[in-house]
Design a protein around this ligand. Structure first.
Ligand SMILES: NC(=O)c1ccc[n+]([C@@H]2O[C@H](COP(=O)([O-])OP(=O)(O)OC[C@H]3O[C@@H](n4cnc5c(N)ncnc54)[C@H](O)[C@@H]3O)[C@@H](O)[C@H]2O)c1
Length: 264
């Protein structure tokens, strides 16, 4: 009887799995036995990718395009046990952001999550429930039809100066998460809210800010004040997502798990 975190035989889809948090998540899930299906807009494999027969990547898949999301979900054989909506964007917006950045941010972060989430839920809501053994002999968990995890942000829970469009988009992620959880009670739909995480996206967001911008200085001070004393590693966030995908969170739905080293 398997009582540890075990994803053997489980098919998990990840958007944005070619970089940062999504990439760390894909590697973690592979190590735990899952078969991983990645949809990413990049055209080439990430340099760090170690090819594996349980990683399948659809390159050039743009989650803002509904037909691309449908084709991706349709291409996954067998049962779809989980989806992680991880692909996202952010850039420094300043106090008066541009309409173009606003539209792009909403398009990827909100519409992309909507598109892939909706296609996945259509598929998953037709599946049989799965039962798995609990850690205590005789205890059985009903883990339902599958799990969806949406990657929000600390900016899902508060406004962030200079990132208004990003904050609005990440608040919207919570709205989708909470409503989907009520609409699909046989699925589990949760979100994570990462704090500052050391990835190419975080680096690019800070780099886009003008030198000397007080918000950047405030941002740096905030990092210094994280009780854990550092930014998150991508693996810190991946671990939390794995828990929410796993049979060990079978009664958790509609929730948002902050992963921020105590900087709430
Ligand atoms: N890094 C942080 O500090 C931080 C903090 C809070 C939340 N987040 C969230 O975590 C998620 C992952 O961010 P990350 O830091 O790992 O970023 P990242 O840039 O390292 O990875 C994002 C991935 O998404 C892909 N992507 C972007 N647009 C896409 C599209 N239209 N279609 C398909 N794929 C697309 C990119 O190609 C990339 O592989 C994002 O939703 C982000 O908002 C990050």
């Amino acid at each position: 009887m398997k009582t540890t975190l075990d994803f053997t035989g489980r098919n998990i889809a990840i958007t944005g799995g070619c970089s940062g948090i999504g990439f760390a998540l894909a590697q973690t899930l592979i190590a735990l036995g899952a078969t991983v299906y990645i949809a990413d807009i990049v055209k080439n494999p990430p340099a760090e990718l170690v090819d594996h027969d349980r990683i399948h990547i659809t390159y050039g898949c743009d989650i803002t395009k509904r037909d691309a999301c449908k084709s991706f979900i349709d291409s996954i054989p067998g049962r779809l046990d989980g989806l992680v909506n991880c692909a996202g964007t952010s850039t420094w917006e300043g106090k008066i952001g541009s309409d173009e950045v606003y539209q792009r941010t909403m398009d990827i972060n909100v519409n992309g999550t909507w598109n892939m989430g909706t296609e996945a839920m259509r598929r998953m809501s037709g599946q049989e429930d799965v039962e798995s053994p609990g850690a205590i002999p005789g205890v059985v968990r009903n883990v339902g039809q599958g799990a969806i995890v949406n990657v929000g942000s600390g900016a899902s829970l508060r406004g962030v100066s200079g990132l208004a469009a990003y904050s609005a988009s990440k608040h919207a992620i919570l709205g989708l998460t909470r409503s989907w959880a009520r609409d699909f009670p046989k699925l589990r739909v949760n979100a994570v809210a990462p704090g500052a995480t050391d990835t190419p996206l975080a680096e690019a967001t800070v780099a886009a800010a003008p030198t000397g911008d007080t918000n950047v200085i405030i941002g740096k001070a905030q990092i210094a004040s994280i009780p854990k004393g550092r930014m998150a590693y991508a693996t810190d966030i991946a671990d939390a997502v794995v828990f929410l995908l796993s049979d060990w969170s079978s009664f958790i739905t509609g929730q948002c798990l902050p992963v921020n080293g105590g900087n709430f």
